[in-house]
Every structure is written in structure tokens, then in C-alpha cells.
Design a protein around this ligand. Structure first.
Ligand code: NAG
Ligand code: NAG
Ligand code: NAG
Ligand code: AKG
Length: 499
């Protein structure tokens, strides 16, 4: 018996070795094919079996805490609440802690009487070390950058150095937003995260806002997992694409897709990299216009209004002079890229994109390696992936490339429907849309830190007192810097600079 079973286990071992040998060397897509998919696919999809040999798959929190060796990182803390409004970063708390402290807290150690998390009861809060530039937090350990190998997706030279790291506890989430620049590859390392994605065409149904202001992020006013359909009725018209990302899988978030992301396991780790695109040149002009308008108008407001309009990720409200300079630089870079692509067309075709070597700076962060000026000067347009998505490619969907399909309408908004029907207290169905909107404006102002319109100034029938229906600065800004408006302004501005 003993001999027989050991023979079996030997045979099994040989089989496993063979299997892993094959599994390591043979990936379902070559780098060239993967890049073709990334640059042309206009809907989200999950790559499987592409990263089996990446050392980054070992980056669980235990391993990372050994690498970080007692170094502290910042965690964002949010309440585990059933809230109708998104919990923006401006309304979160922040602590500096080591990964050991985070692990002790998140494994629910009965009492964490001291340390940075002591004020935050585990059952009531989630914690998120989000958006950490790997180049920055592992600056003393540059050798580990090579654990991340985006070269397998056709981006040679792209490693952990051009990636960001996300470490969260259960419930940790990023409010629904779209990124103005690039497309995105996301590797799940530990635990699972659920992604709620919406196509760019759903933008107006998601009630876009630039408050809180963060360059390159357009936030939705809707809490997409718990939508207030009375305030945001058009949310019904969205098409959610929901996917749960598991360790070893890589999600492609195509350009301008909205996303809300939530950790659904006790500990999650993911790594992502934004891939710059040619279209980002125009997006930078739009972002420069938006920054100028938001900074000018919010700075004109009385600071005692206490509105937390600047996202904590933004260093400061830049001066008008700096913003004008920024706009001019973005326009110049756009024109240079146009010129470059015209001369490119004149020459015999060369499709190979140059690898980007500088760290990507999607948003402006307080990161040493990501100085705002360095990003703004846009001196590196040659680094943009010049892959043209002219001809629609044959997309090889299958077990190695899984489509993230739209969620059926019947299963969506079931809870939300209840919210809708129990709402007779504040608004009657027949009161029409615009009163509803004013009511929501007021409600939002009261729940945020805006102190302009107190909640009690409402008539007995629930309709707003006509003399009190003051629109706030933010209401005006939501319209003024709406993506549709800014897109038009950018085109008009670029037309006058055309030679
Ligand atoms: C939306 O509501 C859900 C459930 O109430 C909550 O868990 C989540 O944190 C909220 N989302 C945002 C972005 O605040
Ligand atoms: C939203 O969908 C409803 C049907 O559910 C439709 O009547 C309405 O016209 C749509 N609105 C827009 C702006 O497409
Ligand atoms: C609206 O409220 C103000 C006080 O908040 C009051 O003086 C005024 O008479 C009200 N107007 C109407 C039309 O009810
Ligand atoms: O993982 C998250 O919480 C959000 C990630 C995200 O927003 C992104 O990668 O663009």
C-alpha cells in the first residue's frame, strides 16, 4: 500500500511539474496580441492565465508588511453605512499606520486599545491604503518593481515603477468616477473586489460633478450601489457591467468607463497601471479649463462657507496665473502632438509604440516622484502609446478573455425601487421633475458641509420656499464644468489656435 500510494504521488508530482512548466511558458496571448486587445477593445474584459509567473502574485499583505519593514503608510477610513450619498474622500478620516497595525486591526483583534486605529471600531469602519505609487512607497527597494511585468501585455519597460498599489479591508471602496486620462489594467493579487462599470455613454445618467475637485477624476453624485432614484431618476437608464475580480485576473478598464470598486473580502490587494493614450492630449486641455474654472470660482467664495471642495489628493488650489500657464502648456502639447501625428502619416507607416519610461502621473498626487509641474509640462508626448485603433480587431473572447457583460435590468435597482416608493413624505409623484431637483439640491447641500441653505426652510407641503431656492456655487459649477460643456469649450479653444 505504501509503495503504491507513493508511486501515485510521484506520478502526480511529475504531472504537476509538467503542467506548471507548460502553464508558465505558454500564455494565451502574446504581448503583441494583448496590446492589440487593450488598445482597441471598447468594453471591459478580464484577462485570465496571463500573470501566473509574475512574482507580484506573492504580494499579499503579509509579504508586503515584511518588505515595508515597519514603514507607515496613509489609510483612508470610511464608515460602513447604508448611505444614499457617496462617501467622498473629503468626508473620510485618515491615519498613518504600518501594515502590521492594519493587519492586527482588520483581523478583528478584540481590542486594539492603542495605535492609530484605536479610535475606529473594526465593525463600523473600513480602511483603505489606496492609490499608493509603488515607486514612492518602495523607493528603497527598487528591485521589487520587476515583480510587475506589464511587458507581457505589450508595454515593454512598464513595471511596478509605473503602477499603483491598493490595500483594503472589507467594504473599502472608491466612489464612482471616470478617469479623464488613459485606459487601465488592474491585477488582483489578494482577496476579491467587485467592480461596477458603466459605459462613457451613461455619463449624463450618472450626474457628473467636479466637486470634490481632483484633476482627472470626474465623480458621480450617485451612490451606485444604493441609488437615490428620487434625486437621480435618470440613473435607471444606466447599464451596469458588474464583475468580481479574483486573484490572478487582470481587468481592462477601457477609456472613460465609469467605475465604483468595493473590497468584498477581509483583505484585498491590487495593482494597476494607467496606459496613456493619444486622446489624452485633448483631455489635458479639458482638465486645464476645468481646473481654472473650479479654482477661480471656489476661491471667490467665502471660505467660511466651509465647503470641502478640494479632494485630499490635490495639493492646493493653484493660482489663476499658474492655471493659465497650465492651459497654455496643455494646448501647446496638443498642437505638437497633432503636428507629430501629421508628419507620422506622411512617412511610411510605423506602428510600433515607444515604451514609456517615466512614471505615469494620472492624477496629481502629493508624491515626490509625481511633481505636478513634471506632469503638466507634458514634455514626453513621444511616450504616448501611438497604437491606432483604426480597424476594429477580432476580439478573441473565451476562457482567457472574459467579457464583462451588462447586468440584466430586472436584477438591478430592486432595493432602490423600495427607496423610490416609500418616498411620499417629501415629494409627491405628480410634482414634476424640477421641484424634485431643487429638493435634491437642498438636501445635498445640507448633508454636505455647505451651510448655505438650512434644511428647515421648506414649506409645509414639502416644496421649497420660493424665496429660498438659492442655487449654490456648486450647482452652477456642476453645469459650467459638465463634461459636455468643457468638451465644447476645449474644441472652440483649439480651433482658434489652429494655424
Ligand atoms: C453606497 O451605499 C452602500 C450601501 O449602503 C455603502 O456600502 C457604500 O459605501 C456607499 N458607496 C459610496 C461610494 O459611498
Ligand atoms: C430613460 O429611460 C426611460 C425608459 O425607462 C425613457 O422613457 C427615457 O426617455 C430615457 N431617458 C433618456 C434621457 O434617454
Ligand atoms: C420663505 O421663508 C422666509 C423665511 O425663511 C419667509 O420670510 C418668507 O415669507 C417665506 N416665503 C414664502 C413665499 O413662503
Ligand atoms: O480599486 C479601487 O478601489 C479603485 C481603482 C481605480 O479607481 C482605478 O484603478 O482607476
Amino acid at each position: 500500500m505504501y509503495h503504491k500510494s507513493s508511486l501515485y504521488s510521484w506520478l502526480f508530482g511529475v504531472f504537476l511539474l509538467f503542467f506548471f512548466y507548460i502553464g508558465e511558458d505558454v500564455k494565451p496571448f502574446t504581448p503583441g496580441k494583448a496590446k492589440e486587445i487593450v488598445m482597441s477593445l471598447q468594453q471591459p474584459a478580464v484577462f485570465c492565465n496571463m500573470v501566473g509567473d509574475w512574482p507580484a502574485l506573492r504580494w499579499n499583505t503579509k509579504y508586503l508588511s515584511a518588505v515595508l519593514d515597519g514603514k507607515t503608510i496613509q489609510f483612508r477610513l470610511g464608515l460602513k453605512t447604508e448611505d444614499l450619498v457617496p462617501q467622498f474622500e473629503t468626508r473620510c478620516s485618515y491615519v498613518e499606520a504600518t501594515l502590521e497595525e492594519f493587519l492586527a486591526w482588520s483581523c478583528g483583534e478584540p481590542s486594539c486599545p492603542s495605535g492609530p486605529f484605536s479610535c475606529y471600531e473594526y465593525s463600523k469602519y473600513w480602511a483603505y491604503a489606496d492609490y499608493k505609487y509603488i515607486a514612492r512607497i518602495f523607493e528603497d527597494k527598487p528591485e521589487i518593481f520587476q515583480d510587475v511585468r506589464w511587458s507581457d501585455f505589450g508595454f515593454p519597460g512598464r513595471s511596478g515603477k509605473e503602477s499603483t498599489l491598493w490595500i483594503g479591508s472589507e467594504g473599502a471602496n472608491t466612489p464612482c468616477h471616470l478617469d479623464s486620462y488613459g485606459c487601465n489594467l488592474v491585477l488582483q493579487v489578494q482577496g476579491r473586489k467587485r467592480w461596477h462599470l458603466f459605459p462613457p455613454g451613461d455619463t449624463s445618467f450618472l450626474y457628473p460633478t467636479r466637486i470634490p475637485y481632483e484633476e482627472s477624476s470626474i465623480f458621480s453624485k450617485v451612490n451606485v450601489t444604493n441609488p437615490d432614484l428620487r434625486c437621480f431618476p435618470e440613473f435607471r437608464n444606466t447599464t451596469a457591467h458588474v464583475v468580481t475580480l479574483s486573484p490572478g485576473q487582470v481587468l481592462l478598464v477601457p477609456r472613460h468607463w465609469w467605475h465604483y470598486v468595493e473590497s468584498i473580502d477581509p483583505i484585498t490587494v491590487s495593482i494597476n497601471s494607467w496606459i496613456e493614450l493619444d486622446a489624452d492630449h485633448e483631455a489635458r486641455v479639458e482638465e486645464a479649463i476645468t481646473r481654472m474654472l473650479v479654482c477661480a470660482i471656489k476661491s471667490a467664495e467665502n471660505p467660511s462657507d466651509g465647503d470641502l471642495w478640494l479632494n485630499p489628493t490635490e495639493v492646493e488650489a493653484t493660482s489663476h496665473e499658474i492655471n493659465l500657464q497650465y492651459l497654455n502648456e496643455a494646448v501647446s502639447a496638443y498642437l505638437r502632438s497633432q503636428k507629430a501625428s501629421l508628419s507620422e502619416q506622411a512617412r511610411p507607416s510605423s506602428t510600433a509604440a515607444e515604451p514609456r519610461t517615466s512614471a505615469s502621473c494620472k492624477r496629481k498626487r502629493r508624491e515626490a516622484d509625481c511633481q505636478p509641474e513634471g506632469c503638466r509640462l507634458l514634455t514626453h508626448e513621444s511616450g504616448f502609446s501611438a497604437f491606432k485603433a483604426e480597424k476594429p480587431q477580432e476580439i478573441p473572447f473565451g476562457p482567457h478573455l472574459i467579457q464583462v457583460l451588462p447586468q440584466p435590468q430586472e436584477t438591478r435597482l430592486m432595493g432602490a425601487a423600495a427607496v423610490e416608493s416609500d418616498g411620499g413624505d417629501l415629494l409627491h409623484e405628480n410634482e414634476g421633475g424640477h421641484l424634485g431637483k431643487l429638493h435634491c439640491t437642498r438636501k445635498r447641500l445640507v448633508t454636505s458641509n455647505d451651510r448655505e441653505t438650512p434644511a428647515h426652510q421648506m414649506d409645509a407641503d414639502g416644496s421649497p420656499n420660493a424665496s429660498q431656492t438659492a442655487l449654490s456655487t456648486n450647482d452652477l459649477l456642476d453645469c459650467l464644468v459638465n463634461p459636455r460643456v468643457i468638451g465644447l469649450v476645449a474644441r472652440l479653444l483649439l480651433e482658434r489656435t489652429r494655424v
